[in-house]
Design a protein around this ligand. Structure first.
Ligand code: F6R
Length: 609
């Protein structure tokens, strides 16, 4: 999704703006731009395509300035063209960058056109620039003009604006999209994401819903949604610049796949005290809340939704609580019935996904007993708005395709299942054995990573196909769903997942030698059923790629290839079998030459509905 940066300093900040925008490239975008004030009025440069294009353009114009704003745009209203790229300028006086969507922009646009404003773009953002300009005719400062503009806007946004009348000052505001202020020495910054500011500072103010920040090189004042000055703490980030760099890896996705062993260890360890799970980590009230929970309802999007589905199997099997997982984007539009004593769980890497946040807000109104977020970003909106929080410790995830965030979410789900199982009669020896299993997760991942070159060889089978089916059963069905999502999003091969038992109810008709099947088939209770399903495929000439352990005892045949996985407890299998599917998609995408880290049309952190 869109990203924004801004700086006000006593040095040329164009190089910072360009670097900041480069750090935000991972979010997905199609055009970029900057605006600055340099004593000769408001200047802007914008270009379609990569930040590199913008950098070249800036180098050729020699643009410089001590303050400015920049943006990477992911098109929503209007095609990716230069006139739709941000910043948007009104009458050479005001420039604005904006993340999010202004839902009532058409009405505002008509009003402004009636007042004589000309529009250069098809965007919703341009109305903000003109509206601020309009208010500046009666207001004496950019701050008050923006304070008048914001209540007129419907939708979600993070904005940053500058005015030619007030050089050195950036006004930024958030409603629904994240914004962080970076504190420097005699210079201050704004960005939609800390990763854009790590080269400049480790000190941050995380703006809250409805906040407006008035930023100059020597001071930052934050106003809350009621217009009163708000004390917001300066927090030191422990994130380093190297955590958001590729290092020696060719792609962020590969780096992040390899980081999973550490990420799982780091996610589990804060919950352990002498091998006993500490439920108080979820929040002060955790024990009391969990004691009263009779049902669980999970909402999330995309990959996080798949972790939720795995969680629903676990919470029923181990936690003995009725549990269902559903897409956050569907939940609030279907008049859900809220059962008593139900915990509402949201999962998200970013904690800013618009549909997941909206589902949470709906659930809070709807009367769920309590809410829990499982999230990778401690400062995110989702975390701030839930009663209990489980912060996964995956570290920054830059590749658009989620990898380590997913496996750490699975770890969190395992922990939650054990905490509920405590209340449904598992004894301490059983609990200890489950915890011991969780401690093995990192090692299991390491042994799966050792299969990388074999998996790369497997990947050659998929390079030229147009379609692919993924099969799994039980808790491996959502892993098959995740495998299919990974393949389609980064290699652009059409892929679907089915529970093995569903094949003969329709998809079997698709099987021919051009429709390979990828199966995840560890040795578990459902293995005989899965084998029967795979035989049905083989009997019809389908090609099979099977991920299974030694005990599954698959025999190779001319139409099937088997990759032997380490043997693990059923409880850990979803985490373990995710890894080869991630690597499979990765290698297929690399062979096909697609943009692995920034797949076409996709964005990281989907902050619009
Ligand atoms: C797929 C992927 C997306 C996200 C989804 C939710 O690889 O990354 O499907 O999982 O957009 O995002 P979060 O987890 O940030 O809520």
């Amino acid at each position: 999704m869109c990203g924004l940066v801004g700086a006000t300093a006593n040095r040329d900040i164009i190089p910072f703006l360009v670097d900041g925008l480069r750090s935000l490239e991972y979010r997905g975008y199609d055009s970029a731009g900057v605006a600055t004030l340099n004593g000769q009025g408001l200047k802007k440069e914008r270009s379609v395509g990569k930040v590199e294009e913008l950098a070249k353009q800036l180098a050729s114009t020699g643009m410089s300035g001590t303050m400015g704003i920049g943006h990477t745009r992911w098109a929503t209203h209007g095609r990716p063209e230069e006139n739709n790229a941000h910043p948007h300028v009104s009458t050479e006086l005001v420039a604005v960058v904006h993340n999010g969507i202004i839902e009532n922009y058409e009405t505002l646009r008509r009003d402004l056109q009636n007042l004589g404003y000309d529009f250069d773009s098809q965007t919703d953002t341009e109305v903000i620039a003109h509206r601020i300009h309009q208010h500046l005719q009666s207001e004496d400062s950019l701050l008050t003009a923006i304070q008048k503009t914001l209540p007129e806007l419907e939708g979600s946004f993070a904005i940053a604006a500058i005015s030619n009348n007030e050089p050195g000052r950036i006004i930024a505001a958030r409603r629904g999209s994240p914004l962080v202020v970076g504190i420097g020495t005699d210079e201050n910054f704004i960005a939609s994401d800390v990763s854009a500011l790590l080269s400049e500072t480790q000190d941050f103010i995380y703006l809250e819903e409805g906040d407006i920040a008035d930023i100059s090189s020597h001071a930052v004042t934050v106003y809350n949604q009621y217009g009163r000055i708000a004390e917001r703490p300066i927090q030191k980030s422990t994130m380093t610049k190297s955590a958001v760099e590729k290092g020696d890896y060719p792609h962020f996705m590969l780096k992040e796949i390899y980081e999973q062993s550490t990420a799982l260890r780091q996610t589990l360890s804060p919950y352990l005290d002498n091998d006993t799970l500490q439920e108080s980590r979820l929040g002060d009230d955790a024990s009391h809340i969990l004691d009263g929970i009779e049902q669980v309802h999970i909402c999330a999007c995309g990959t996080s939704y798949h972790a939720g589905v795995v969680g629903s199997y676990l919470l029923e099997k181990l936690g003995k609580r009725p549990c269902r997982a559903e897409h956050a984007s569907e939940f609030r539009y279907r008049s859900p019935v809220v059962t008593p004593n139900t915990l509402f769980v949201v999962l998200s890497q970013s904690g800013e996904t618009a549909d997941t946040l909206a589902a949470l807000r709906y659930a809070k109104e709807a009367g769920y007993a309590a809410t829990l977020s499982i999230c990778n970003v401690a400062s995110s909106s989702l975390v701030r708005e839930t009663d209990l929080t489980f912060i996964t410790q995956a570290g920054p995830e830059i590749g658009v395709a989620s990898t380590k965030a997913f496996t750490t979410q699975l770890m969190a789900m395992n922990i939650l299942a054990i905490l509920l199982a405590r209340r449904s009669g598992i004894d301490s020896a059983e609990e200890l054995s489950l915890v011991q299993s969780l401690k093995q997760a990192s090692f299991a991942i390491e042994s799966a990573l050792e299969l990388n070159s074999e998996i790369k060889d497997f990947a050659k089978q998929l390079v030229d196909v147009n379609h692919c089916l993924f099969l799994g059963r039980g808790n491996m069905y959502p892993i098959a769903m995740e495998g299919a999502l990974k393949l389609k999003e980064i290699s652009y091969i059409h892929a679907e997942a089915y529970p093995g038992g569903e094949l003969k109810h329709g998809p079997l008709a698709l099987i021919d030698d051009d429709m390979p099947i990828v199966a995840v088939a560890p040795n578990n209770d459902l293995l005989p059923k899965m084998k029967a399903n795979l035989q049905e495929v083989e009997a019809r000439g389908g090609k099979l790629l099977i991920f299974a352990d030694k005990k599954s005892d698959f025999q190779p045949s001319p139409n099937s290839r088997i990759l032997t996985m380490p043997s693990v407890d059923d409880f850990l299998a979803p985490i373990l079998y995710t890894v080869p599917l991630q690597l499979l998609s990765y290698h297929v995408a690399v062979f096909r030459g697609t943009n692995v880290d920034q797949p076409r049309n996709l964005a990281k952190s989907v902050t619009v509905e």
